[in-house]
Design a protein around this ligand. Structure first.
Ligand SMILES: Cc1cc2nc3c(=O)[nH]c(=O)nc-3n(C[C@H](O)[C@H](O)[C@H](O)COP(=O)(O)O)c2cc1C
Length: 208
Protein backbone atom coordinates (compact mmCIF):
# COMPACT_ATOMS: atom_id res chain seq x y z
CA UNK A 1 0.00 0.00 0.00
CA UNK A 2 1.16 3.50 -0.77
CA UNK A 3 0.29 7.01 0.35
CA UNK A 4 1.01 9.84 -2.06
CA UNK A 5 1.87 13.11 -0.34
CA UNK A 6 2.00 16.51 -2.01
CA UNK A 7 4.08 19.26 -0.48
CA UNK A 8 2.69 22.62 -1.61
CA UNK A 9 5.82 24.47 -0.52
CA UNK A 10 8.65 25.58 -2.75
CA UNK A 11 10.99 24.77 0.18
CA UNK A 12 12.18 21.23 -0.32
CA UNK A 13 12.76 20.43 3.33
CA UNK A 14 10.93 23.13 5.28
CA UNK A 15 8.14 23.09 7.84
CA UNK A 16 5.55 21.35 5.64
CA UNK A 17 8.06 18.67 4.73
CA UNK A 18 8.78 18.18 8.46
CA UNK A 19 5.08 17.55 9.14
CA UNK A 20 4.65 15.21 6.16
CA UNK A 21 7.80 13.31 7.11
CA UNK A 22 6.44 12.66 10.62
CA UNK A 23 3.27 11.15 9.12
CA UNK A 24 5.40 9.18 6.63
CA UNK A 25 7.47 7.72 9.49
CA UNK A 26 4.32 6.55 11.27
CA UNK A 27 3.05 4.97 8.02
CA UNK A 28 6.40 3.23 7.49
CA UNK A 29 6.15 1.68 10.97
CA UNK A 30 2.84 0.18 9.82
CA UNK A 31 4.45 -1.19 6.65
CA UNK A 32 2.96 1.46 4.35
CA UNK A 33 5.11 3.14 1.73
CA UNK A 34 4.86 6.85 1.00
CA UNK A 35 6.18 9.32 -1.54
CA UNK A 36 6.37 13.09 -1.15
CA UNK A 37 5.89 14.99 -4.41
CA UNK A 38 7.44 18.40 -4.13
CA UNK A 39 5.83 21.47 -5.72
CA UNK A 40 9.31 22.82 -6.36
CA UNK A 41 10.19 26.26 -7.60
CA UNK A 42 8.95 25.72 -11.19
CA UNK A 43 5.70 27.38 -12.28
CA UNK A 44 2.44 25.48 -11.88
CA UNK A 45 -0.23 27.08 -14.04
CA UNK A 46 -3.83 27.40 -12.93
CA UNK A 47 -6.96 25.83 -14.44
CA UNK A 48 -8.34 27.92 -17.29
CA UNK A 49 -11.57 25.87 -17.67
CA UNK A 50 -10.66 24.99 -21.27
CA UNK A 51 -12.58 21.70 -21.04
CA UNK A 52 -9.69 19.79 -22.62
CA UNK A 53 -9.80 17.21 -19.84
CA UNK A 54 -13.47 16.53 -20.70
CA UNK A 55 -12.34 15.34 -24.13
CA UNK A 56 -9.40 13.35 -22.73
CA UNK A 57 -10.48 12.18 -19.26
CA UNK A 58 -7.64 11.64 -16.83
CA UNK A 59 -5.31 14.15 -18.49
CA UNK A 60 -4.92 17.89 -18.13
CA UNK A 61 -4.58 19.61 -21.52
CA UNK A 62 -1.47 21.42 -20.24
CA UNK A 63 1.32 18.87 -20.04
CA UNK A 64 4.01 21.36 -19.00
CA UNK A 65 4.35 20.76 -15.26
CA UNK A 66 3.73 18.10 -12.60
CA UNK A 67 -0.07 17.86 -12.77
CA UNK A 68 -0.32 14.91 -15.16
CA UNK A 69 2.41 13.13 -13.18
CA UNK A 70 0.31 13.56 -10.02
CA UNK A 71 -2.83 12.27 -11.78
CA UNK A 72 -0.92 9.17 -12.97
CA UNK A 73 0.59 8.54 -9.53
CA UNK A 74 -2.81 9.04 -7.85
CA UNK A 75 -4.15 6.07 -9.80
CA UNK A 76 -1.59 3.78 -8.16
CA UNK A 77 -1.88 5.32 -4.68
CA UNK A 78 -4.16 4.07 -1.91
CA UNK A 79 -4.32 7.28 0.14
CA UNK A 80 -3.21 10.91 0.10
CA UNK A 81 -1.83 13.60 2.36
CA UNK A 82 -1.75 17.15 1.01
CA UNK A 83 0.46 19.60 2.90
CA UNK A 84 0.73 23.35 2.46
CA UNK A 85 2.45 26.31 4.04
CA UNK A 86 0.03 29.10 4.92
CA UNK A 87 0.28 32.16 2.65
CA UNK A 88 -1.98 35.02 3.74
CA UNK A 89 -4.20 32.57 5.65
CA UNK A 90 -4.77 30.25 2.68
CA UNK A 91 -2.93 27.35 1.01
CA UNK A 92 -0.19 28.29 -1.47
CA UNK A 93 -1.28 29.26 -4.97
CA UNK A 94 0.84 26.45 -6.37
CA UNK A 95 -0.92 23.66 -4.50
CA UNK A 96 -4.34 25.10 -5.36
CA UNK A 97 -3.41 25.31 -9.06
CA UNK A 98 -2.13 21.74 -8.92
CA UNK A 99 -5.13 20.31 -7.06
CA UNK A 100 -7.76 22.21 -9.10
CA UNK A 101 -6.36 20.72 -12.29
CA UNK A 102 -5.56 17.26 -10.88
CA UNK A 103 -9.05 16.82 -9.42
CA UNK A 104 -10.89 18.36 -12.39
CA UNK A 105 -9.05 16.16 -14.89
CA UNK A 106 -8.33 13.11 -12.76
CA UNK A 107 -10.72 13.06 -9.81
CA UNK A 108 -11.56 9.40 -10.51
CA UNK A 109 -8.01 8.47 -9.51
CA UNK A 110 -8.56 9.98 -6.03
CA UNK A 111 -12.17 8.92 -5.39
CA UNK A 112 -12.96 6.59 -2.49
CA UNK A 113 -9.36 6.71 -1.22
CA UNK A 114 -8.67 8.29 2.19
CA UNK A 115 -7.19 11.78 2.31
CA UNK A 116 -5.75 14.08 4.95
CA UNK A 117 -4.63 17.70 4.89
CA UNK A 118 -1.75 19.34 6.77
CA UNK A 119 -0.93 23.05 7.10
CA UNK A 120 2.22 24.76 8.37
CA UNK A 121 2.54 28.38 9.43
CA UNK A 122 4.72 30.73 11.35
CA UNK A 123 1.72 31.82 13.39
CA UNK A 124 -1.85 31.92 11.99
CA UNK A 125 -4.13 30.88 9.15
CA UNK A 126 -3.71 27.13 9.54
CA UNK A 127 -7.33 26.16 10.15
CA UNK A 128 -8.56 28.23 7.18
CA UNK A 129 -5.96 26.52 4.96
CA UNK A 130 -6.78 23.10 6.41
CA UNK A 131 -10.44 23.73 5.58
CA UNK A 132 -9.67 24.56 1.93
CA UNK A 133 -7.61 21.40 1.37
CA UNK A 134 -10.20 19.18 3.03
CA UNK A 135 -12.78 20.30 0.48
CA UNK A 136 -10.98 18.44 -2.32
CA UNK A 137 -11.67 15.23 -0.39
CA UNK A 138 -15.29 15.93 0.44
CA UNK A 139 -16.25 16.74 -3.16
CA UNK A 140 -14.71 13.49 -4.34
CA UNK A 141 -16.17 10.71 -2.15
CA UNK A 142 -12.95 10.49 -0.13
CA UNK A 143 -12.98 9.52 3.56
CA UNK A 144 -11.17 12.25 5.52
CA UNK A 145 -8.56 10.99 7.97
CA UNK A 146 -8.20 12.92 11.20
CA UNK A 147 -5.88 13.06 14.17
CA UNK A 148 -6.55 14.26 17.72
CA UNK A 149 -6.16 17.95 16.83
CA UNK A 150 -6.14 20.03 13.62
CA UNK A 151 -3.26 18.78 11.47
CA UNK A 152 -1.13 21.90 11.85
CA UNK A 153 2.49 22.61 12.59
CA UNK A 154 4.03 25.93 13.61
CA UNK A 155 7.43 27.28 12.66
CA UNK A 156 9.10 29.44 10.07
CA UNK A 157 11.66 26.78 9.23
CA UNK A 158 12.18 23.04 9.61
CA UNK A 159 14.29 23.67 12.74
CA UNK A 160 11.44 25.58 14.36
CA UNK A 161 8.79 23.08 13.21
CA UNK A 162 10.78 20.23 14.77
CA UNK A 163 10.35 21.96 18.15
CA UNK A 164 6.55 21.78 17.85
CA UNK A 165 6.23 18.54 19.82
CA UNK A 166 2.43 18.59 19.86
CA UNK A 167 2.31 18.92 16.08
CA UNK A 168 4.72 16.02 15.64
CA UNK A 169 2.52 13.95 17.94
CA UNK A 170 -0.51 14.96 15.84
CA UNK A 171 1.24 13.96 12.60
CA UNK A 172 2.36 10.63 14.07
CA UNK A 173 -1.21 9.87 15.06
CA UNK A 174 -2.44 11.00 11.64
CA UNK A 175 -0.11 8.47 10.00
CA UNK A 176 -1.30 5.73 12.35
CA UNK A 177 -4.96 6.57 11.67
CA UNK A 178 -4.35 6.63 7.91
CA UNK A 179 -2.68 3.19 8.16
CA UNK A 180 -5.61 1.84 10.15
CA UNK A 181 -8.16 3.06 7.60
CA UNK A 182 -6.15 1.79 4.62
CA UNK A 183 -5.89 -1.64 6.19
CA UNK A 184 -9.60 -1.61 7.08
CA UNK A 185 -10.53 -0.75 3.47
CA UNK A 186 -8.22 -3.47 2.11
CA UNK A 187 -9.69 -6.01 4.52
CA UNK A 188 -13.24 -4.99 3.58
CA UNK A 189 -12.42 -5.44 -0.13
CA UNK A 190 -10.97 -8.89 0.57
CA UNK A 191 -14.28 -9.75 2.21
CA UNK A 192 -16.37 -8.53 -0.72
CA UNK A 193 -17.23 -5.05 0.55
CA UNK A 194 -16.25 -2.29 -1.88
CA UNK A 195 -17.31 1.35 -2.01
CA UNK A 196 -20.82 2.17 -3.27
CA UNK A 197 -21.44 2.92 -6.95
CA UNK A 198 -23.12 6.31 -7.16
CA UNK A 199 -26.30 6.61 -9.25
CA UNK A 200 -26.36 9.21 -12.08
CA UNK A 201 -26.15 12.71 -10.63
CA UNK A 202 -28.64 15.47 -11.41
CA UNK A 203 -26.85 18.78 -12.03
CA UNK A 204 -28.98 21.73 -10.92
CA UNK A 205 -27.07 24.91 -11.62
CA UNK A 206 -29.65 27.01 -9.83
CA UNK A 207 -32.41 26.36 -7.36
CA UNK A 208 -35.71 25.68 -9.12
C1 LIG B 1 3.90 34.87 0.90
C2 LIG B 1 3.89 34.31 2.29
C3 LIG B 1 2.78 34.49 3.07
C4 LIG B 1 2.74 33.98 4.37
N1 LIG B 1 1.61 34.13 5.11
C5 LIG B 1 1.56 33.63 6.37
C6 LIG B 1 0.38 33.75 7.16
O1 LIG B 1 -0.66 34.25 6.74
N2 LIG B 1 0.42 33.24 8.42
C7 LIG B 1 1.53 32.65 8.94
O2 LIG B 1 1.50 32.23 10.08
N3 LIG B 1 2.65 32.47 8.20
C8 LIG B 1 2.69 32.95 6.92
N4 LIG B 1 3.81 32.75 6.16
C9 LIG B 1 4.91 31.93 6.72
C10 LIG B 1 4.84 30.46 6.27
O3 LIG B 1 3.54 29.95 6.37
C11 LIG B 1 5.75 29.61 7.16
O4 LIG B 1 7.06 30.08 7.08
C12 LIG B 1 5.67 28.14 6.74
O5 LIG B 1 5.97 27.35 7.85
C13 LIG B 1 6.65 27.80 5.62
O6 LIG B 1 6.54 26.43 5.31
P1 LIG B 1 7.61 25.70 4.35
O7 LIG B 1 8.92 25.77 5.09
O8 LIG B 1 7.15 24.33 4.17
O9 LIG B 1 7.63 26.50 3.09
C14 LIG B 1 3.87 33.26 4.88
C15 LIG B 1 5.00 33.08 4.05
C16 LIG B 1 5.01 33.60 2.78
C17 LIG B 1 6.22 33.36 1.90
Amino acid sequence: MKVLMINGSSHKEGSTFTALSAAAAALAKEGIESEIIQCSKGAIRDCVACGGCGKHPGKCAFDDDIVNEVIAKAKEADGFIFGTPVYYAHPTGRILSLLDRAFYAGGANFAYKPGAAVASARRAGTTASFDVLNKYFTICNMPVVSSSYWNNIHGNSADEAKQDAEALYTMDLLGKNMAWLLKAIASAKENGLDHPTPPPKPFTNFIR
